[in-house]
Design a binder for this molecule. Structure first.
Ligand code: PRP
Ligand code: URA
Length: 207
């Protein structure tokens, strides 16, 4: 269920933010713009319903989203990604999931979750720039399903083939969107060529 989103503006932004010399402030801005550029593709099949619409001149019919949207950034790196989605979907509610990958085991450790009560009635979009081993994405989807989410999709900036395979195996029906699918993971679980540690680059916490 993977869809790689291709657009010249997206490719240009992604290349600039991959660059090791891109500073944190610029990195956040570019992640935000890439996220906005992904929104139309990620939301293209959301269901709408016909509603009446009073223009100043006459009554016509229009369209309205059938369900609410809940955006779920995976902390921390999902936050700049969230901003780009909120720029185009400002009425969305936001749920937060805190997951940190254990550097030795590469397994996700969960430390936070807060979501609106409407999880089961909403279209839920999980946001995390990086899909590496896939462990964090699988855990985020598992926790959201456990909390009642039924309509889920996952959007990332850069995916590794290993992570895509793991996520597809664990969640075969889940629509997954990526701006790029890179070559592979290195021995430390980082995506190659990738962009490094997204959270560290976003918040200036790297070496
Ligand atoms: C990064 C990234 C993902 C995870 C992906 O977060 O934002 O959540 O790694 O790796 P995986 O697919 O192998 O699970 P990290 O755990 O480094 O936390 P951070 O955002 O707080 O830096
Ligand atoms: N998390 C990141 O931030 N980058 C990677 O390459 C892999 C996991």
């Amino acid at each position: 269920m993977l869809q790689t989103i291709h657009h010249p503006l997206l490719a240009d932004e992604l290349t600039r933010l991959r660059d090791v010399s891109c500073p944190s402030a610029e990195f956040r801005q570019r992640v935000r713009r890439v996220a906005s550029l992904m929104v139309p593709a990620v939301t293209a099949d959301l269901e709408t319903q016909v509603v009446p619409c009073n223009t100043p001149l006459e009554i016509t019919s229009g369209a309205k989203l059938k369900r609410g949207i809940i955006l779920v950034p995976v902390l921390r790196a999902g936050l700049a990604f969230l901003d780009g989605f909120l720029d185009l979907i400002p009425h969305a509610a936001v749920a937060h999931i805190g997951l940190a990958r254990n550097e030795k085991t590469l397994l996700p450790e969960s430390y936070y979750m807060k979501h609106p009560p409407s999880l089961g009635d909403s279209d839920v979009i999980v946001l995390d720039p990086m899909l590496a081993t896939g462990g964090s994405a699988v855990e985020a989807v598992r926790r959201l399903r456990e909390a009642g989410a039924r309509s889920l999709r996952f959007a990332c900036l850069v995916a590794a083939p290993e992570g895509v395979a793991t996520l597809e195996a664990a969640c075969p029906e889940l629509p997954v969107f990526a701006a790029a699918v890179d070559r592979c993971l290195n021995e430390c679980g980082y995506i190659l060529p990738g962009l490094g540690d997204a959270g560290d680059r976003m918040f200036g916490t790297g070496l």
